[in-house]
Write a new protein. Structure first.
Lengths: 227, 713
């Protein structure tokens, strides 16, 4: 914790000198994407304040109230991580938990690589006898250089195989099995002016909701989004 | 990219597909929120997105089976339903929850892909995003522009864990059958789908080690649930019941006829007759239209009426009967005199006529027919005396029996007046004493909750009265009785003008409410009596169930009866009682069956507030006799003489007018007969004209005495 405080202090000083740094309120659970997800197997919650991911296996309802045998937690690899959103496949049989986030304390206006990360927390053990050691976290950073993303959302297919993310500058797809992250810059779905806020995906098609600029007549500026 | 001045941001919903080979999402269709539907104060500019604003948060939930998507836009208090295909995105419904607040649609979640049920997190925030409330609306079918939720969480069966968590819900996620609630402090609760006959109760006895979850609880008596899901149990419709003893039942049983069986009924053992209000006061009668004793005697004695009973009780009817008998006797007497030569019969006739002459009051002993008429007059006179005696005794109305002695059973020797008197005006000493006694009467408050599974063991009530904004206990545990699905509370009130609150812990539906006051009476003296108090009023609505916050007013009015004495010199008699007038706003105190599930009440208490006040006036009923004894004797005497005079008048009219006319007619008839005889014999008796004339004169003379003799029969 000492090093974290020193780091935050240094980042704050750097921010004053260089510009605003990304310093989210880690107590506020109502900002950015959903920090909780559930399906019939897993309940997962991200705690940015404690830099940890909390997992409750729901395979046996009777055990939920009685003991902590079905509870696991996994710390972030870096305390500077700030997770924007977590996603689970609705009907998944594999227990893949996707996370997307950004490293804090970086200058927001700077085009930096390694700012945004996408990862998956996979459980490969038995669902009846939970062994938290079978949890493994793998992730990738967005290697392209981007400024801070204030609007970054993510969803996954019903089986939790691939995660899809959207910001106003890029979109990505992240395959859990291969730990492969593909970033699509200037895709037809992204626009500097389109502010994505929510997304859901049924495995073939998906819906993104956000805010789009229009002129006084209601026409959009972004031709790529004018269907 | 810079955008021009005047640009605004509107919600946009984009349908995309993913190329499976490249994993690249590409747009298919886009829908833009109509710019004209965005209120001017809600229009967003570019700088509104410089930092993430939670108030602009949106939510999307897809139902892949039905290819429907719900989109929540809390900034515009709107939820949209889309249908999507491989090529198009179509808006199906737009549900807006008003413009006063934001937060409706903060999150959306499908609960069942088949039945299309879904949940909406309907928070309320001010425009500046200050939290007001959090509710979850449950819908059981596809959203329409006018959809109403079938259930709202929190409710009495599914309260939120506010003692552990923050009041503020920020997220709901479905599995999809179960629903996860996420509070802004990180609190989590899982509402698991409950089978038919059970509901998912969020009431937990202790805080669980890890994650609190709902439990399956059988539907409460008076409710049922015939679907699987997180919705609460529905009220049994009016006319059906459920006593809750068989949790496997997924419906309600029909009630028997004539039973009090409103929505949410537990039993049909309470008949509608048991709901009758107990009213101790009745409207004071009006004074009779005829209040003069002469008029009353006349109309009573000389009217017959139309019903058999009235005919039998009519004095004039019996007088006519006697008259008919007398006419028969008269006819027999005439027949005996002129047609029967039996001396014995004539002797009897003469004896009768002698006797009737003796009793002749009409012609003062001159005519035996007058004696007969005397009997008819006697019938009327006796009827007059009997009626007067009974009429005199028919006072006051409180003690008088129905007037079965005459056609009109409501006839009383009493006249009435009712008036409202201001309490501010000084009154007589006697009335003031009566008022003081009424004011000092200590009353008992009786409250019944009808047709409910609640009982005294689990529903200890607390009765307080409100004083200067504070709650002062009347009885921490008012006496409680449970019988036949009626739970009764009773307590002595410290004073009468009071605002009381009865609070009971209650999770069960309540069909009706009965409120009453009771107090023993007191006979202060022989002339002043305080009546027993025991009135009640029952509130119920067939299609509604009693709400959790009931407000009723009871206005008490003094009613004082002042009865004047029948005999001169006696004292006036006073009696007093409180009359209650209840008032309740049924719309606010009773919940519609359709609104029961959507009433977001998380209180497990039922609170009745009763305001008892006193009217600033009192009702003074005054009763006095129409006729006292001397008046009745005097008027009877006058009436009897009138009856006799009437008969005399009849006889005089007969003698002076009718009989002479009859005599004249008979003479004329005789003369015509004689003239004809003379014409036939004129040729044979032409010389005997003088002697015939004499005969004729003699005939006239012989006829005249006969007619005269008939006149005096």
């Amino acid at each position: 914790m000492f090093f974290l405080r020193v780091h935050i202090l240094v980042s704050f000083v750097l921010g004053l000198c260089l510009g605003d740094v990304f310093s989210p309120n880690r107590d506020d659970l109502d900002i950015y994407g959903p920090l909780i997800a559930i399906n019939d197997v897993i309940l997962v919650a991200v705690n940015n304040y404690w830099s940890t991911i909390l997992i409750e296996f729901l395979s046996d309802m009777d055990h939920i109230n009685s003991d902590s045998d079905h509870f696991c937690s996994k710390d972030f690899d870096d305390e500077l991580w700030y997770v924007y959103a977590v996603a689970l496949g609705k009907n998944q049989s594999a227990s893949n938990i996707f996370i997307v986030g950004e490293v804090a304390d970086l200058e927001m206006s700077a085009n930096l690589t390694g700012r945004t990360f996408v990862g998956v927390l996979s459980y490969t053990g038995s669902l009846t006898t939970i062994n938290c050691d079978n949890l493994s976290l793998q992730y990738q950073f967005v290697e392209n250089a981007f400024v801070h993303q204030e609007h970054l959302i993510m969803t996954t297919d019903p089986f939790g195989l691939v995660a899809y993310g959207f910001s106003n500058l890029f979109s990505f797809s992240y395959t859990a099995a291969t730990n492969e992250l593909i970033v699509h810059e200037n895709s037809a779905l992204t626009s500097e002016l389109f502010m994505p806020f929510a997304v859901d995906y049924d495995g073939n098609q998906g819906i993104i909701a956000g805010f789009l600029p229009v002129n006084r007549t209601g026409r959009t500026y972004n031709k790529s989004l004018m269907i | 990219m810079n955008i021009v001045v005047g640009t605004m941001f509107i919600p946009a919903v984009t349908l995309f597909r993913v190329n499976m080979s490249t994993n690249i999402p590409t747009p298919i269709s886009q829908w833009l929120y109509p710019i004209e539907n965005v209120p001017s104060q809600m229009r967003l500019k570019e700088n509104d997105f410089d930092t993430y604003e939670p108030k602009l948060g949106m939510s999307v939930s897809i139902n892949p089976r039905a290819t429907h998507a719900l989109v929540g836009i809390q900034w515009l208090n709107t939820v949209l339903l889309f249908n999507y295909t491989t090529v198009a995105l179509t808006l199906v419904a737009l549900k807006n929850d008003g413009q006063e607040t934001i937060g409706f649609g903060k999150n959306v979640a499908w609960l069942d892909d088949v039945t299309n049920s879904f949940a909406i997190l309907a928070n309320k925030y001010s425009i500046s995003y200050a939290w007001i409330s959090s509710q979850i609306y449950i819908y059981d079918s596809l959203l329409t522009n006018n959809s109403k939720p079938v259930s709202i969480i929190p409710n009495v069966e599914q309260p939120l864990l506010l003692s552990y968590y923050s009041y503020i819900l920020i997220n709901i996620i479905s599995t999809p059958t179960s629903l996860l609630l996420f509070h802004d402090d990180g609190g989590i609760f899982i509402i698991y789908s409950a089978p038919k006959g059970y509901y998912a109760s969020t009431i937990i006895s202790d805080f669980p080690l890890n994650i609190p979850i709902s439990s399956h609880v059988p539907c409460a008596p008076g409710t049922y649930k015939n679907v699987t899901g997180i919705v609460r149990c529905s009220l049994c419709p009016a006319g059906t019941k459920s006593d809750g003893t068989n949790a496997t039942l997924t419906g309600c049983a029909d009630c028997s006829t004539d039973a009090f069986c409103p929505a949410g009924s537990v039993t049909d053992s309470i008949s509608n007759d048991m709901l009758d209000n107990i009213i101790q006061v009745v409207a004071y009668p009006k004074s009779p239209d005829i209040s003069g004793l002469d008029d009353i005697l006349f109309f009573t004695l000389f009217s017959i009426g139309s019903t058999p009973r009235c005919i039998v009780l009519s004095p004039i009817f019996w007088t006519l009967i006697i008259t008919a008998v007398l006419l028969l006797i008269t006819a027999i007497t005439i027949v005996i005199k002129y047609c029967v030569n039996d001396s014995k019969a004539n002797k009897i006739r003469r004896t009768y006529t002698t006797v009737f002459k003796r009793v002749d009051l009409i012609r003062e002993g001159d005519m035996w027919a007058g004696g007969l008429a005397t009997f008819a007059a006697l019938v009327l006179c006796i009827a007059c005396c009997v009626f007067s005696a009974k009429y005199y005794a028919s006072y006051p109305i409180e003690t008088a029996e129905p007037s079965t002695y005459t056609c009109d059973t409501s006839i009383r020797n009493a006249q009435f007046s009712t008036s409202l008197q201001s309490s501010a005006i000084p009154v007589s000493e006697e009335i003031q004493e009566m008022i003081d006694i009424l004011n000092n009467q200590v009353v008992n408050l009786d409250i019944d909750f009808i047709n409910t599974a609640s009982n005294c063991t689990s529903n200890a009530g607390q009765l307080v009265f409100l004083s200067n904004g504070n709650s002062m206990p009347i009885a921490l545990n008012p006496s409680c009785n449970t019988s036949n699905y009626i739970i009764s509370y009773s307590a002595l009130l410290p004073f009468r003008e009071i605002t009381v609150q009865l609070t009971i812990s209650n999770l069960n539906a309540i069909g009706g409410l009965r409120i009453g006051l009771s107090a023993p009476g007191e006979k202060k003296s022989s002339t002043i009596t305080l009546q027993d108090l025991n009135f009640s009023y029952t509130y119920y609505q067939t299609g509604r169930v009693l709400g959790h916050d009931i407000y009723s007013t009871l206005t008490l009015t003094k009613v004082i009866n002042n009865t004047s004495p029948l005999a001169s010199g006696d004292k006036e008699i006073f009696s007093g009682i409180w009359a209650g007038s209840f008032k309740m706003n049924y719309n606010s105190s009773f919940t519609l069956q359709s609104d029961y599930l959507t009433t977001a009440v998380d209180s497990t208490e039922t609170r009745l507030t009763l305001v008892i006040n006193e009217a600033p006036y009192y009702v003074l009923n005054e009763q006095s006799p129409i006729a006292r004894l001397p008046e009745i004797v005097y008027h009877d005497f006058l009436f009897i003489t009138t009856i006799i005079g009437m008969f005399v008048l009849i006889f005089v009219i007969v003698e002076v007018m009718i009989l002479p006319c009859c005599s004249l007619l008979i003479r004329k008839c005789k003369r015509k007969s004689s003239d004809k005889y003379e014409d036939d014999n004129i040729s044979h008796q032409s010389t005997a004209s003088h002697s015939d004339s004499e005969k004729s004169q003699r005939h006239k003379h012989t006829h005249a005495p006969v007619i005269k003799q008939q006149t005096y029969f």
